[in-house]
Design a protein around this ligand. Structure first.
Ligand SMILES: NC(=O)c1ccc[n+]([C@@H]2O[C@H](COP(=O)([O-])OP(=O)(O)OC[C@H]3O[C@@H](n4cnc5c(N)ncnc54)[C@H](OP(=O)(O)O)[C@@H]3O)[C@@H](O)[C@H]2O)c1
Length: 527
């Protein structure tokens, strides 16, 4: 396969629209809320890459980003605030600025006539907000599905939006009196839940635009708000969808290995900071060695914490962890307490800038989000509840353990699946390899679709070795969900094991949101 074929394949993977397809669509104003963040900046890049018909790009962020610009189609566009953006002509708004911002601002944008795609978890389990992965349930965006609550979904009480933290002061709109929504049946009919005060006091209706003087919006009034699922959920349901369609899903047990980019810019910064700290420690140790010969009779100290390669680190750390006293020999007192606290996550407060409960470098943390009453974490509940909502089937058994690992880009999800009906591995291979957006890397005949160009440093597109399995380095920067290690689980009836890898920032967030926006625009074009 030549590089041209590879490129067109990579485009096909994510259903990328061509320029000619978009010319039929009306260009609309596009707001990117959180444009300076990992997801938002990737949305801006994708809008350009996919030739989305943008009439005007409005990048918005917090007041911290005042004065900064975002590069789009060769132009530096100033970053604005949501307050300013609300005053502009309505179009499509892609929100990636956290749940608190979505809670406060999305109702106001909907009220003004914007169609909103939300990447935060705040609205996902609202029964009147469709939760969409276009390849699976894109039909929910059709006008016939307008505001139809799912009959099957069971939003978890503990996951309710009211658990989100309150927006910071600067994210509050200046006008205090919220517009009231005359069409609020959805919120009035919320199941009663002691943990849902926010719905009782919802200022406006996120779904139905007010009948009062709507500003002209070039888009359809249906689905003013669409939610984007959690990144690990998207990756998991994409691999499960063709199997669910063919054989029915009975039970899924998911274990994740999630990159630090899942925590946004502060996650990446934290891993970089800890690695820099480790490098500093190594330099100090080397320096100590160099001056050692001056003391001829003293034994030369051995550095206990080498930072040469991932393997060297791991081996050294593994060895030294058996000798804790010598492990700290070359660390500063600050670093010693840092590592000691690592053994007691609850007491780790050494780095207030860290989004994690203990050090992430050289570590694996089995906690993403707060723990809830049932012992599952928030991230685990997202995977459980959102999967049922997306498949519109609350009978599917889902369990998850979500884990943060010191990897910069792309999440891995290991899946143990029990299907409702018998299958052959050939059928599974065929289904996985023909589902849009999936790349099956260990099909007997070789990878089903090759990867996009320049994805793995040092490898020439078209000359890549056939891979039996994908890793985060395979997936980072690409649009596909990679599936491999497909094998039967003989310990249960109709059991199957899968390994999935995907870039959580692209298909797990930004790409899925842009695909939803493309669907919304297509509906407008076909009207
Ligand atoms: N990272 C992922 O893998 C992933 C996947 C799925 C969904 N999401 C969701 O996407 C959202 C963003 O995640 P991220 O990873 O991109 O985080 P991030 O890198 O930390 O970026 C956060 C963005 O939100 C902006 N922001 C913060 N407070 C704001 C406010 N008061 N008003 C306006 N903008 C504000 C920030 O602006 P400043 O730069 O000015 O602070 C920044 O642009 C979150 O809701 C997250 O849950 C993330």
């Amino acid at each position: 396969m030549n590089s041209l074929d590879t490129t067109s394949n990579a485009r096909m993977i994510a259903g990328r629209a061509t320029a000619s397809e978009h010319t039929a669509k009306i260009a609309v104003p596009v707001l990117v809320a959180g444009a300076t963040g990992l997801v938002g900046s990737t949305i801006v890049r994708l809008l350009e890459e996919r030739n989305f018909p943008v009439k005007q790009l409005i990048p918005a962020a917090s007041e911290r980003s005042a004065g900064s610009t975002v590069l789009f189609r060769g132009k530096a566009i100033p970053v604005t605030t949501l307050e300013q953006a609300l005053k502009t002509e309505p179009g499509i708004a892609l929100f990636s600025a956290g749940g608190a911002v979505s809670k406060t601002w999305i109702p106001l944008f909907v009220e003004k006539g914007w169609q909103v795609v939300d990447n935060s978890s705040y609205w996902r389990m609202d029964e009147h907000v469709p939760l969409v992965v276009p390849e699976i349930n894109g039909h929910l965006l059709q006008p016939s599905h307008q505001s139809q609550p799912s009959h099957q979904s069971h939003p978890s009480q503990q996951l309710h939006p009211s658990h989100q933290s309150q927006p910071s002061q600067q994210s509050q709109p200046s006008h205090q009196s919220q517009p009231s929504c005359p069409l609020q049946p959805s919120h009035q009919s919320q199941p009663s839940c002691q943990l849902q005060p926010s719905h009782q006091s919802q200022p406006s209706c996120p779904l139905q635009p007010s009948h009062q003087s709507q500003p002209s919006c070039p888009l359809q009034p249906s689905h003013r708000l669409v939610a984007n699922p959690n990144c690990s959920t998207i990756q998991m349901v994409m691999a499960l969808a063709p199997l669910h369609n063919a054989f029915g899903l009975q039970r899924v047990v998911a274990t994740t290995y999630q990159s630090v980019s899942g925590s946004g810019r502060k996650g990446e910064k934290q891993l970089n900071r800890e690695r820099a700290q480790a490098r500093q420690t190594q330099l100090q140790a080397k320096h100590t060695q160099q001056i050692q010969p001056l003391h001829k009779h003293a034994p030369a100290p051995q550095p206990q914490y080498e930072y040469q390669s991932e393997n060297a680190q791991t081996d050294t750390a593994a060895q030294t962890s058996r000798q804790p006293s010598s492990y700290h020999a070359n660390l500063s007192s600050e670093q010693i307490s840092f590592h000691l606290q690592c053994r007691q996550p609850s007491s780790y407060h050494a780095d207030p800038a860290s989004p994690y409960h203990c050090p992430i470098d050289l570590n694996v943390i089995p906690q993403i989000g707060d723990f809830l009453e049932d012992g599952y974490s928030e991230e685990e509940h997202k995977m459980i509840d959102e999967t049922k909502k997306i498949f519109n089937d609350s009978s599917i058994g889902v369990s998850a353990t979500t884990v943060r690992v010191p990897v910069f880009g792309a999440h891995c999800v290991s899946l143990n699946v029990q299907l409702a009906r018998p299958f052959t591995l050939e059928e599974v291979h065929r289904l996985l390899s023909s589902f849009p957006g999936l790349v099956l890397t260990d099909a007997p005949e070789g990878p089903t679709q090759l990867y996009g160009p320049g994805l793995r440093p040092g490898l020439v597109p078209g000359e890549e070795p056939a891979m039996k399995y994908a890793t985060p380095l395979t997936a980072k920067g690409t649009d596909a969900i990679y599936v491999s290690r497909v094998r039967r689980d003989p310990s249960i009836e109709n059991g199957l094991e899968l390994w999935t890898v995907a870039d959580n920032i692209r298909k797990g967030a930004a790409l899925n949101a842009v695909q939803i926006a493309e669907h919304l625009l297509t509906l407008k074009g076909s009207k």
